[in-house]
Ligand binder design. Structure first.
Ligand SMILES: NC(=O)C1=CN([C@@H]2O[C@H](COP(=O)(O)OP(=O)(O)OC[C@H]3O[C@@H](n4cnc5c(N)ncnc54)[C@H](OP(=O)(O)O)[C@@H]3O)[C@@H](O)[C@H]2O)C=CC1
Ligand SMILES: N[C@@H](CC(=O)OP(=O)(O)O)C(=O)O
Length: 348
């Protein structure tokens, strides 16, 4: 068993980490950190529990500490669910000594930091040695992508393996949990759609190309296709939906793409990692699926569900589909846990 801590354990993503790690076969929760508002309290008193599954008994009596390397010791891996501005300051300090598996956006686009989806770009872990050498750290930081980016890129990978992509257009319909508990007021979102999520479009447009890029010397050369995103907040609790439009460089058979998506597997499936979904991409034929309420929990929230996959006969060499991914599991805490499982299996 490896000893782990959760940074920002009282927040929405922190609670997902707690629930995924409490009964994990390889990881044991030792440390929970939060802001000075929560430090010194028992976890059950510090965290206003948001999830619809019970708070695990094993964490209730753990005393929350400040998110400060001086207050953390004797752990192997730290999972970070900190706000990005705090993560930018403290994650590098923790990485001097510890492995940090971060869900925050602060370090994702640093050239020497892996932006990892284990099924898509496990080779990005080669950056760790470069990172440690350059920064003089004993530990290191590995990040998972933005929630919308993870779901999109998982579905692009089997297509990109077969064909040259020319352009991707994506319109997202994102759940309110992505903005945190107090992120969107109920008066703003009920009976409504908000057509703006700060920074989200830029993250999708840059992170996707880094993930599908190529490791050259000591950094990643981004993939070369064009990608443009439009992001929208919708009154759904969990589960981001995305309408994806892809133009390829050549003609294709839609059945080949469907087959490649449905059969897609990566290293986590080969290694049988504890959180790996058996099928990372589930392809449905029903004309009215996927739907967030029905499909977000597929494979314990770790699979992306694709439907309405069809050729787009209005534009040459084009296809379109709709996907649903669980934003706080596959898109956040579950993604970091899978990253750490891969690190344990291949590096430690
Ligand atoms: N990839 C993805 O899809 C998603 C990513 N995220 C990202 O995950 C991170 C966490 O989001 P979320 O859980 O919604 O945020 P919350 O606001 O719910 O939680 C933030 C956590 O950080 C702690 N914290 C806040 N301020 C400080 C501080 N000054 N010093 C130390 N700790 C602090 C809070 O502690 P306290 O309770 O004491 O205030 C809490 O534990 C963010 O970076 C967010 O962008 C979020 C959702 C989805
Ligand atoms: N912006 C995402 C959640 C999020 O916090 O993303 P990121 O991890 O890239 O900051 C959403 O609103 O649904």
């Amino acid at each position: 068993m490896l000893k782990v801590g959760i940074l920002g354990a009282t927040g929405m993503v922190g609670q997902r980490f707690v629930s995924l790690l409490a009964d994990h076969p390889d990881f044991e929760i030792e440390v929970l950190t939060a802001s000075p508002r929560s430090a010194g309290k028992k976890y059950e008193d510090a965290a206003k529990w948001y999830l619809d599954i019970e708070m695990p008994e094993s964490v209730k009596d753990i005393t929350v500490v400040n998110t400060d390397p001086k207050e953390v010791e004797d752990v192997d891996i730290l999972f970070s669910a900190l706000p990005s501005n705090i993560a930018a300051k403290v994650e590098p300090k923790f990485a001097e000594k510890y492995i940090v598996a971060s869900n925050a956006s602060a370090m994702r686009m640093e050239p020497d930091v892996p932006l990892l989806i284990p099924e898509v770009n496990p080779e990005s872990l080669d950056l760790i040695e470069i990172q440690q050498e350059k920064r003089g750290w004993e530990g290191f930081i590995v990040t998972n992508p933005n929630c919308s980016t993870i779901a999109l890129t998982l579905t692009l990978k089997p297509i990109y393996d077969l064909f040259d992509i020319k352009r991707v257009y994506v319109a997202t319909m994102q759940a309110v949990s992505g903005a945190g508990y107090a992120g969107v007021p109920s008066m703003a979102i009920l009976d409504n759609i908000i057509p703006f999520i700060s920074g989200e479009e830029e993250k999708i447009e840059t992170e996707t190309l880094k993930i599908l890029g190529t490791l050259k010397d000591d950094s990643i050369e981004p993939a070369k296709f064009k990608i443009t995103a439009s992001c929208h907040r919708v009154p759904v609790l969990d589960g981001h939906t995305e309408a994806v439009f892809i133009e390829l460089e050549e003609n294709f058979d839609i059945e080949d793409i469907k087959d490649a998506m449905a059969k897609f597997k990566g290293l986590p499936q080969k290694l049988n990692l504890p959180s790996a979904p058996k099928k990372p991409i589930i392809v449905l034929d029903d004309e009215d699926r996927p739907q967030p309420r029905i499909d977000r929990d597929n494979e314990n929230g770790m699979a992306v569900t694709v439907g309405r996959l069809r050729k787009d006969n209005t534009i040459e060499n084009s296809l379109k589909y709709v996907l649903v991914g669980h934003n706080t599991i596959r898109g956040a805490a579950g993604a970091s846990v899978l990253n750490a499982e891969l690190i344990k299996e291949t590096i430690l």
